[in-house]
Design a protein around this ligand. Structure first.
Ligand SMILES: Cc1ncc(C[n+]2csc(CCOP(=O)(O)OP(=O)(O)O)c2C)c(N)n1
Ligand SMILES: [Mg+2]
Length: 550
C-alpha cells in the first residue's frame, strides 16, 4: 500500500486497463491529473489537441480501430460541450470510450458556478453512462466501473466527472487486478439450429456489422463464408469486415446501396446477421425490411441481448460474439468441393457488386471514381482510410476496396469533422501503416486546426481534400426538393494548399485526374504530413448523378 493522490489513482487505473495514450485539451479543472500524467509520461502518451471535438473523435477512432477503449480528458462547460460530438458518435457506433471531464468543486455545485454543467442531465442521452468520483477513496473503483460499462453489453461512451477538489486528495492505493473479459459460450444446440436453417435455405445472405470485431473474428468469418459459399454484405461504414475483392463479397448496406442489393435483401430467404444492429441507415430508413415479414427469415447474432429483436423480431436470436458463432459454423461446413445449392445466387450477388465498383463518367476534370481506385492500387490493402461525412464519402466507399481489417475508420453517426482527427488517431495506433484521411471542403474545415497536431507530432500521413465549393450533400437534397433554390450551401473556400503549408504540411493541388498519381507519389514520399486538394465539379454530385448546369 502506498500513499498517492486521487489523480494518480485514475492514471494508475488507465495503465492497469492497458491504455497507452490519452487525448486532451488541457483545463485548470484537472491540473492534478495532468500532473499525474506528467509522472507517467514515459508510459502513457498525452496527445495535445487543438479542439475537444477532435480529442473526443480521436479517442473514438482509436477504440474503433483497436477494439480497446479510447480515452479523452477535457475541461467542464465549454470543453465538454465541444467534446460531445465524439460521445455521440461513440454512442451511435457502439464504440467503447471514456470521456473524463474536469468539474467544478463539489462545494460549489448548484450555485451556477463558472462553467458548471450537470453531467448526468447533459449526457443522459448522449452517453451510455455517467459516473462521478464523489468520494476520493473510490476513484479506482469508479474508473474500473467506467471501463466495465463502456466495454460490456452494447459498448458505448462513458463520461467520468472529476470534481476539481477531489483530485488532489490523498489516496490509499491498493493493487486491484483488472477483471477478465466475460466469457460467452456458444451452445452446440444454437449452432445446430443455425446449421439447420442454412441447410434449408435457397437464397441465404450473411450480413456483418457493428463493433467489437477482432482481426481473428474477421478472418474466421471469411473462412466460414468461403466454406459455405455464402454471399456477404457489410453494414454502413463497416466495409472492412469482409475482403471487398473476395468472390463472396456482395456490397455495403447504407446510403447509396445499389437497387439490386436492396432487392436481394428483400428476396433472401435467410438473413444471417452477425453483429449488425439492423439500424436506420443500413435498412434504408427501415424500408428495405418490414418488421412482420422479416422475422421468419432472420437469424440475429449480437453480443447485446438488448439489441436482439429490438427493431426486427428474429425467429432465431442468439447472444454471442459473432466471431465465435462464425468459427463454430465454419467447423460445421459442408465438405470442400461440394457445390452449394445457392451457388448461382452468390455469383449473381458478386457480379452486381463488381459492376457497381466499375468507374463512372464525370463532367468535371477530376474523376473521383478513378482517383479512389488508383489510391487503392497504389496504397495496397494495409493502409488505413479515415473519412467524415459528405457526398465525397459515397465516392470513396464505392470505389475504394477494403481488403484488410482494420482498414477503415469512419463515423456511422455521419459526423462531419471526423477525418482529420481520426487519421491522426489511426497513425498513432498503427505507426507502421500508411494512413489517408479523406474529407470534403466542408468536412475538412470543421477540424482543420488539428493539422497543427499532426505537424507537431510529425506524423507521416496524407489528407485528401475534395473541394467542390459546396456542402454538396445538402445541395443535392436541395436540388431534388427545391430545384434551383440553393441556400446556405455555397462555400467560399481558403486556398487549401496555402493553408496546408501554413500548418507545416507539404501540399499539392490536383485539377485533373492525371495529376493525382504523381501528387500521391510525392505526398507519400514526404517525411511528414501532406495534403492533396482535389478540385472537383459540384455538378458531379454523386457517382452517376449530374446536377443541372446553372
Ligand atoms: C457536424 C455536422 N454538421 C452538419 C451535417 C449535415 N451535413 C451532412 S453532409 C454535409 C455537407 C458536407 O460537405 P463536404 O464535406 O464539403 O462534402 P460534400 O458533400 O460536398 O462532398 C452537411 C452540412 C453533418 N452531417 N455533420
Ligand atoms: Mg463539398
Amino acid at each position: 500500500m502506498s500513499r498517492t493522490r486521487v489523480a494518480d489513482a485514475i492514471v494508475e487505473r488507465l495503465r492497469a486497463h492497458g491504455m497507452e495514450r490519452v487525448f486532451t485539451v488541457a483545463g485548470e479543472s484537472y491540473l492534478d491529473v495532468l500532473d499525474a500524467l506528467y509522472v507517467e509520461a514515459s508510459r502513457i502518451q498525452v496527445v495535445t489537441c487543438r479542439h475537444e471535438a477532435a480529442a473526443a473523435n480521436m479517442a473514438e477512432a482509436s477504440a474503433k480501430l483497436t477494439g480497446r477503449p479510447g480515452c479523452a480528458f477535457v475541461t467542464r462547460g465549454p470543453g465538454l460541450a465541444h467534446a460531445s460530438i465524439g460521445v455521440h458518435t461513440a454512442q451511435q457506433d457502439a464504440t467503447p470510450m471514456l470521456l473524463f471531464v474536469g468539474e467544478i468543486s463539489r462545494e460549489d455545485r448548484f450555485r451556477r458556478a463558472f462553467q458548471e454543467v450537470d453531467l448526468a442531465q447533459t449526457f443522459g442521452d448522449l452517453a451510455k453512462g455517467v459516473v462521478r468520483i464523489e468520494v476520493g477513496e473510490r476513484a479506482g473503483e469508479i474508473v474500473d466501473r467506467a471501463f466495465q460499462l463502456a466495454t460490456t453489453g452494447r459498448p458505448g461512451p462513458v463520461v467520468i466527472g472529476l470534481p476539481e477538489d477531489v483530485l488532489g486528495e490523498p489516496y490509499e492505493s491498493v493493487s486491484v487486478p483488472v477483471g477478465g473479459t466475460p466469457a460467452q459460450g456458444v451452445s452446440s444446440e444454437a449452432i445446430a439450429a443455425i446449421v439447420t436453417r442454412l441447410r434449408g435455405a435457397v437464397r441465404p445472405l450473411v450480413w456483418l456489422g457493428g463493433s467489437g470485431w477482432s482481426v481473428d473474428d474477421v478472418a474466421v468469418v471469411q473462412r466460414f463464408a468461403e466454406a459455405w459459399q455464402l454471399p456477404v454484405v457489410t453494414g454502413f461504414r463497416r466495409k472492412d469486415l469482409f475482403a471487398n475483392g473476395h468472390a463472396c463479397y456482395a456490397g455495403e448496406l447504407g446510403f447509396g446501396t445499389f437497387p439490386a442489393l436492396q432487392q436481394r435483401l428483400r428476396e433472401a430467404d435467410l438473413l444471417l446477421v452477425l453483429g449488425a444492429p439492423l439500424g436506420d441507415v443500413e435498412t434504408g430508413g427501415y424500408q428495405w425490411l418490414d418488421r412482420g415479414g422479416t422475422a421468419a427469415r432472420l437469424v440475429h447474432v449480437h453480443v447485446d441481448a438488448g439489441t436482439l429483436s429490438a427493431l426486427y423480431p428474429a425467429s432465431l436470436a442468439l447472444v454471442a460474439r459473432p466471431g465465435a458463432v462464425a468459427a463454430a459454423l465454419f467447423a460445421a461446413a459442408p465438405s470442400p468441393g461440394q457445390a452449394a445449392p445457392w451457388q448461382a445466387w452468390t455469383r449473381a450477388a458478386r457480379a452486381d457488386q463488381e459492376a457497381f465498383m466499375q468507374p463512372v463518367e464525370v463532367s468535371g476534370a477530376v474523376n473521383l471514381s478513378l482517383v479512389f481506385r488508383q489510391l487503392r492500387e497504389r496504397l495496397g490493402a494495409q493502409a488505413l482510410i479515415a473519412n467524415g461525412a459528405g457526398n465525397y464519402a459515397a465516392w470513396l466507399h464505392r470505389f475504394y476496396a477494403h481488403d484488410a481489417y482494420p482498414s477503415q475508420v469512419a463515423p456511422g453517426s455521419g459526423a462531419m469533422g471526423y477525418a482529420v482527427p481520426a487519421a491522426i488517431a489511426a497513425k498513432l495506433c498503427f505507426p507502421e501503416r500508411e494512413v489517408v484521411g479523406v474529407a470534403g471542403d466542408g468536412c475538412f474545415l470543421m477540424a482543420v486546426q488539428e493539422l497543427a497536431t499532426a505537424a507537431a507530432l510529425g506524423l507521416r500521413l496524407v489528407y485528401l481534400v475534395v473541394n467542390n465549393g459546396s456542402y454538396g450533400t445538402i445541395r443535392m437534397h436541395q436540388e431534388s426538393r427545391f430545384p434551383g433554390r440553393r441556400m446556405a450551401t455555397d462555400l467560399a473556400n481558403p486556398d487549401f494548399v496555402a493553408l496546408g503549408r501554413a500548418f507545416g504540411l507539404a501540399a499539392w493541388r490536383v485539377e485533373a485526374t492525371a495529376e493525382f498519381v504523381p501528387a500521391l507519389r510525392a505526398a507519400r514520399a514526404h517525411a511528414g504530413p501532406a495534403l492533396i486538394e482535389l478540385v472537383t465539379s459540384i455538378r458531379d454530385i454523386s457517382p452517376g448523378k449530374l446536377l443541372p448546369a446553372q
